[in-house]
Design a protein around this ligand. Structure first.
Ligand code: ZN
Length: 257
């Protein structure tokens, strides 16, 4: 495992770029990005002076249905034999602090706190043993879901795809072991989901390998690895936070359309 590095994308008075977060206080500008390679840029910024942007612009987000053992046991579902995949569109992506917009079509919009895997290079048919090489790093992800439409439609596309339904951030952490990380979701400061990635039915490397046997994964693509028990609705005025050990916290306000 290489040294841990936190990459962020930022907007500083209209200047957009990538940086490395230093001690959760400052940002060292870089030339390039975490995918193609980079060199140290000139000048530091203070974290409070920038707006953080989503730490990737994925061509697609591939998400998993049921993938937590504790959640499967709670809802008395049999453990799946292989990952259940669905897609969220790139247009749903928002960054830290950006509002999640409740669409008029839905009467119930839920949070789902998840570990996000960000792909670092183009891969197809990668085996489990080499899957780690395809990963750029990890981020917090909220798989926002219109629960009523998910049940109504059977197909999940509409329920998972509204604009703002893919908050991610606050940054992309490279050099993290994803196998034993605490994950919590808080709604207005109250813990509503709490688990560990030790509960993942399909571990990260297996997920990356499996998906790459279906579709080519591109640099920046994001995999949302599934959620645990405690999913529930959000209302306008709420604040939702996904926190993952070793990464940080992703907070988004919830607003009415
Ligand atoms: Zn999910």
């Amino acid at each position: 495992m290489s040294e841990k590095i936190k990459f962020c994308r930022f907007d500083h008075k209209g200047e957009r770029g990538w940086g490395i977060v230093i001690n959760d206080q400052g940002i060292q500008r870089i030339e390039g990005d975490p995918f193609q390679g980079y060199a140290e840029g000139t000048g530091r910024l203070a974290l409070p002076d920038v707006r953080l942007l989503p730490p990737s612009l994925p061509s697609k987000i591939v998400a998993l249905g049921l993938n937590y053992r504790d959640h499967a046991e709670e809802v008395k579902l049999k453990l799946p034999e292989e990952p259940l995949l669905f897609i969220k569109p790139s247009t749903a992506v928002i960054g830290p602090g950006d509002p999640i917009v409740i669409p008029p079509m839905s009467q119930r919009v839920d949070y789902e706190g998840e570990l996000g895997v960000v792909i670092g290079k183009r891969v197809k048919n990668v085996d489990v043993a080499r899957a780690e090489e395809a990963i750029a790093g990890y981020t917090c992800f909220n798989d926002v879901t219109a629960r009523d439409l998910q049940y109504k439609d059977k197909q999940w596309t509409r329920a998972k795809s509204f604009d703002t339904f893919a908050p991610m951030g606050p940054w992309l952490v490279k050099g993290l072991d994803p196998s034993n990380l605490a994950l919590t979701t808080e709604l207005n400061g109250k813990v509503v989901q709490s688990t560990s990635t030790t509960q993942l039915i399909f571990p990260v490397e297996q997920i990356v390998s499996f998906i790459s046997q279906v579709m080519t994964l591109l640099p920046g693509d994001v995999i949302a690895t599934g959620t645990t028990s405690g999913i529930g609705p959000m209302e306008p005025g709420d604040r939702v936070t996904v926190t993952i050990e070793g990464i940080g916290s992703l907070t988004n306000p919830v607003v009415k359309a």
